[in-house]
Design a protein around this ligand. Structure first.
Ligand code: ZN
Length: 317
């Protein structure tokens, strides 16, 4: 009897944890960009309590045999809302999640899709990131910033079912998907996904539309090279990791490329002249970018990281 009671209370607690994520109140909508391709446009700016961490995009492609998801937003609550939007479009199984890169705002919702039956694919460049000390610190920081939405009790990070070692193509329900590893650029594990019949390119954070990119510790020299690879796809529609989808992909690729080039130019010259960072920063003309979203949050750090990178590159010469 006691065992039975214990079992009953266990199944009740399992039921209670079946939907452990508080529902978001921000508008999580799906926008169709091609016959089978959709994306979820995040709000502008950096993650905050006000936007509930909803500041990045994710995408999905609906085929007759199943759904391919590209990134999973910044929390399980946001991912649950995204899954609801997918379910309004199709009841086809969620086959696969492609992780563009392991930054908190792009994959913290991943467990929702794993629980929905998806296989997770990511690039092996992230093997050492998963579960690392940085990873734990990041989770703590995210929880401090977005307390209600990120909870280290409920947050789980399922390991990928497949670590990709390079470019991978597959077909599903008559659509052809090309997964390309373009890192290390924004992150070592950067993956982009091109849906051939749709002309839609999902690029994660390799391209930021209408906002200053977050450079982090990216290798901007390789990033510039990756941008050339993307242009070669000649996409009709580009879905970036932040900002709206673009029907002028080349224009957006160019904006990100010019920003990175200019940062490297200003900081590179300063390093050559042995000029301290502060002075170099003052000398740069950032007026083209200072009205863009995320300038205040991201730009100075981008500049500083680029200064350090240019010092390293100069020492390696
Ligand atoms: Zn990122």
């Amino acid at each position: 009897m006691r065992t039975l009671l214990a079992l009953i209370s266990l199944s009740f607690s399992l039921l209670a944890t079946a939907a452990p994520y508080p529902p978001v109140t921000v508008q999580v909508e799906a926008e169709q960009v091609a016959p089978h391709s959709y994306y979820i446009p995040g709000l502008p700016g950096a993650a905050s309590l006000a936007n509930q961490g909803f500041m990045s995009n994710a995408g999905f492609v609906v085929t007759r045999e199943g759904v391919v998801v590209f990134d999973t937003l910044g929390s399980p609550s946001l991912a649950s809302a995204m899954l609801q939007r997918i379910r309004e479009v199709t009841s086809a199984p969620i086959k696969r999640v492609i992780v563009s890169h392991y930054h908190a705002d792009h994959f913290y919702g991943i467990q929702v899709f794993k629980d929905a039956g998806a296989e997770i694919w990511a690039h092996e460049g992230a093997r050492h990131t998963v579960g690392s000390e940085d990873w734990r610190l990041r989770l703590q920081q995210r929880e401090a910033l977005l307390g209600t939405w990120i909870n280290d009790q409920t947050q789980r990070f399922p390991t990928p079912d497949l670590w990709l070692s390079g470019d991978t193509d597959f077909e599903l329900g008559g659509l052809h998907f090309k997964i390309r590893h373009v890192g290390p650029a924004h992150a070592p594990e950067d993956l982009v996904m091109f849906v051939e019949e749709e002309g839609v390119l999902f690029v994660g954070d390799l391209v930021f539309k209408g906002r200053v990119p977050f450079v982090g510790d990216a290798d901007s020299r390789r990033w510039l090279k990756a941008l050339d690879t993307l242009i070669a796809f000649q996409p009709k529609i580009l879905v970036p990791g932040h900002g709206g989808a673009s029907d002028d992909p080349v224009g957006d690729l160019t904006l990100t490329r010019d920003y990175l080039r200019y940062l490297r130019q200003v900081m590179g010259e300063a390093v050559e002249e042995l000029m301290p960072f502060e002075e170099a920063y003052e000398r740069g003309d950032w007026s083209m970018y200072e009205k863009m979203p995320a300038f205040r949050e991201a730009h100075r750090r981008n500049a500083y990281n680029t200064y350090i990178l240019m010092e390293k590159e100069s020492l390696a010469k």
